[in-house]
Design a binder for this molecule. Structure first.
Ligand code: NI
Length: 255
């Protein structure tokens, strides 16, 4: 049984067939899904999804892309939503220096606020880090994020950096890019990081794994990530599924 620890099922790309996509996930053996909010509106959608499906959990937070839109009313609403029973994490939050959709100083300010928020509500952090490794680490350290821990979602850094993240109490989550042919750096991460610290995810509708690369992604494809991880580690896909699900439940405090 699989745990897709990062999905965006409220995305408009699922507007036509969301119900079917969710049914397909269940039929494929996906036991749990964590739907990730990334701004106030998507946090609201996420809360709704957690109420509609008993196997869907959620997170609320503000992505660096949306950091420039956050105001006091939004922050207060996020605090209220974080108290909902199936909201198990704060995220996704972090820094994105590839797109820079919000100014860097605003991204950093909101990232610090989100870490403080996570510590206040005592929930783990789901981190988005794109081309910002050093600043993400510096801020996590300075703000004492190890108190709550969390996960580097759709991990894209090196193995030495993954080792640093784990030392700080964070998990490493692998997504579709692990299955791409040119992903030798990620293959090294998958090989070197103990299965004790790994999660799997789709980040759907984005980043579909092989052989669906370029198409819409969905939770049932998390199996392709598990299969690749099993191949790299030389273990069974059942072992990958069992352990990554156990890790996810432990991190997000799901029984
Ligand atoms: Ni995401």
């Amino acid at each position: 049984m699989y745990f897709d620890t990062h999905a965006h099922l409220d995305d408009k790309k699922f507007a036509e067939d969301r119900e079917l996509v969710i049914e397909r996930a269940r039929a494929s053996g996906v036991e749990l899904i964590l739907n990730v909010g990334y701004n106030v509106q998507h946090a609201r959608n996420t809360v709704e999804l957690t109420k509609s499906y008993e196997f869907i959990y959620g997170s609320v937070g503000v992505h660096p892309h949306d950091a420039k839109e956050l105001n006091d009313a939004g922050l207060q609403e996020l605090h209220r939503m974080a108290k909902e029973p199936k909201i198990v994490a704060i995220g996704e939050v972090g820094l994105d220096y590839y797109w820079n959709n919000s100014p860097v100083d605003v991204q950093k300010k909101v990232f610090r606020e989100m870490i403080a928020f996570a510590k206040e509500v005592r929930k783990p952090i789901i981190i988005h880090d794109r081309d910002a490794h050093q600043d993400v680490f510096d801020i996590l350290k300075a703000e004492g994020a190890q108190e709550v821990g969390g996960v580097f979602h759709c991990y894209s850094g090196s193995w030495p950096l993954a080792r640093e993240a784990i030392k700080m109490g964070f998990y490493i989550s692998l997504a579709g890019p692990l299955t791409f042919n040119n992903a030798s750096k990620l293959h090294e991460v998958a090989q070197m990081v103990s299965l004790d610290y790994l999660l799997i995810e789709t980040d759907c509708p984005y980043l579909a794994p092989m052989p669906f690369r370029g198409k819409r992604n969905e939770p049932s494809y998390v199996i392709k990530v598990a299969e690749k991880l099993a191949e790299i580690k030389g273990i069974s896909v059942e072992e990958v599924a069992r352990k990554t699900t156990e890790n996810g439940k432990k991190l997000f405090n799901i029984r």
